[in-house]
Every structure is written in C-alpha cells, then in structure tokens.
Design a protein around this ligand. Structure first.
Ligand SMILES: Nc1ncnc2c1ncn2[C@@H]1O[C@H](COP(=O)(O)OP(=O)(O)OP(=O)(O)O)[C@@H](O)[C@H]1O
Ligand SMILES: [Mg+2]
Length: 245
C-alpha cells in the first residue's frame, strides 16, 4: 500500500452465486495517475467499477478513497467525494434532453444554486461543448444520438459531477477514429489538470497513449501489471487475452 494512493482496493472479494467475479483483489491508483484495466470478457473489470461506485457491495475486503474506507457509503456519497463513472452501455435518461441529462450530473454539487437561481444552462452547455456534442443536439432526446454522441454524453454527465477520480468503461467502443481522437484529447486534457483515471478498454491501441500503467485481469484476478508494453508482452496475457496459444 502506498501513501499517495487516490483509490485502493484491499483484498476485495465479490461472488455472484458460485462465480467469483473479483478474487481477493488488491491494487491502487495514485493521485493524478491513469491506470488501464484490460482483460477478456467476464474478467471482472466492470464489476470493479460497480464495487468502487457502491452499486454492488463486496463480500469482503475494503475500498479506500483518499485513505478512508468508502465501503459503507452509498453511491451518491461516493459521487459527492469525487468518484464518478461512465457505463459500458450508455445509460442516459431517455425522456430528458441532452442538456437536462448533464444537469442531473451537476445537481449534487450545485443543488443550492439550482434551487435559488434555476439550472445553470451556461455550465451545461460548456460541458456539452467540451466533450464535442454539437449545439443542434443540446435539446434533443438521447434516443436520437449516434453511439459516438451517446458516449460523449456519458462523459459529459460524469464530468458534470466535478470528479477527481474518473472510471471509464469502454469509452471507445463503437466510435469512429475521429471520435476516438476527440475523446482521447479530452482525457489527456483532464489528465494534465490532475484528474485520476481508471480506463477499461478492449481497444488497446487507443488505450496505450492514455495510461501510465496497466493491469490485466482474468477470472477476477490480476494476471499481470506494469507498463503497457510489459503487460501486453506477458505470457499469461498473451494466452488468456490476445488469443496466442
Ligand atoms: N449482476 C450480476 N449477476 C450475476 N453475475 C454477474 C453480475 N455482474 C457480473 N456478473 C458476472 O461476473 C463476471 C464478471 O463480469 P464483468 O461484467 O465484471 O466482466 P468484464 O470484465 O467487465 O467483461 P466485459 O469485457 O465483457 O465487459 C462475469 O462472469 C459476469 O457474468
Ligand atoms: Mg465490462
């Protein structure tokens, strides 16, 4: 365990019936670090995000954020502390507009202002523009957006919570190269501003330039960790993930 860990998983176990989704898992991410999380389908990557957010509760072990246990905190309290995520399958509120979806993200931090001054449309628009959503989509329902724009909206909603730790689940899936470049640029900008990231991605080529370090998982356990190239060249990773038999 290190002193400057931003987030720490300490012997975390999560079972679903007879299946062990995370198996005595321990790792940390440091302040301002960007950690890549890779592994085959069903390895337990998304489960880790669900546990960090408190959407699932681990069976044993502890999760610490800024050196304090958050295990007993509900999701909204974790978000208020600065932890946020995007979903592998985008989950906007479909009966609301794009901007209203972003407003929901802003709400916990700006509740007072919103009650007294109404929603901060300027702030919503600024976040929407920052992620590359175009003005003509601001008042549309998310059901009319392309997958690329839905992923941008996921990012916008997460950014609206003013996070210091951002968990990105398959942000690049289904995107064009131009959209990937746009989102990569945004992630790099936020990294420069000091935001801490854990990024899950099957798109290793897009992931590589965005991370300081990688962890590879298989069946709920860490099988390799280190720099991207160390992890990718690991024999176990080659076998279990890259299909080299
Ligand atoms: N709510 C749940 N109920 C039962 N089993 C679950 C649940 N969530 C996840 N699992 C199981 O836990 C294991 C890990 O799933 P998880 O979604 O974390 O994998 P993943 O690494 O994110 O995979 P992918 O790359 O396909 O997204 C899988 O076997 C999955 O079926
Ligand atoms: Mg997943």
């Amino acid at each position: 365990m290190s002193d400057n860990a931003h987030l720490q998983l300490d012997h975390v176990v999560k079972h679903f019936g007879g299946l062990t989704a995370t198996n005595d898992l321990s790792f940390d991410v440091k302040h301002g670090e960007s950690l890549g999380l890779i592994g085959p389908n069903g390895a337990g990557k998304t489960t880790i995000f669900n546990l960090i957010m408190g959407e699932y509760r681990q069976d044993s072990g502890d999760i610490l954020y800024q050196n304090q246990s958050i295990t007993k905190l509900p999701t909204h309290a974790r978000i208020l502390k600065g932890v946020t995520r995007t979903y592998q399958v985008p989950r906007p509120f479909s009966e609301m507009s794009v901007l209203e979806n972003i407003q929901i993200g802003l709400m916990p931090n700006q509740l007072r202002e919103m009650i007294f001054q109404g929603p901060d449309r300027q702030k919503e628009e600024e976040i929407a523009r920052n992620v590359g959503l175009s003005e003509q989509d601001f008042n549309r329902p998310p059901t009319e957006l392309s997958i690329g724009d839905l992923r941008k909206l996921e990012l916008a909603r997460a950014l609206a919570t003013n996070p210091s730790l951002m968990l990105l689940d398959e942000v690049f899936a289904g995107l064009t190269l131009a959209e990937i470049a746009q989102i990569a640029e945004l992630i790099n900008k936020k990294r420069q501003e000091g935001m801490t990231f854990i990024i899950i991605s099957h798109d290793l080529r897009s992931l590589e330039p965005l991370i300081d370090r990688a962890i590879a998982m298989s069946f709920g356990s860490i099988v390799a960790q280190g720099t991207f190239s160390e992890v990718i060249s690991d024999q176990h990773v080659q076998k279990t993930y890259l299909g080299d038999s």
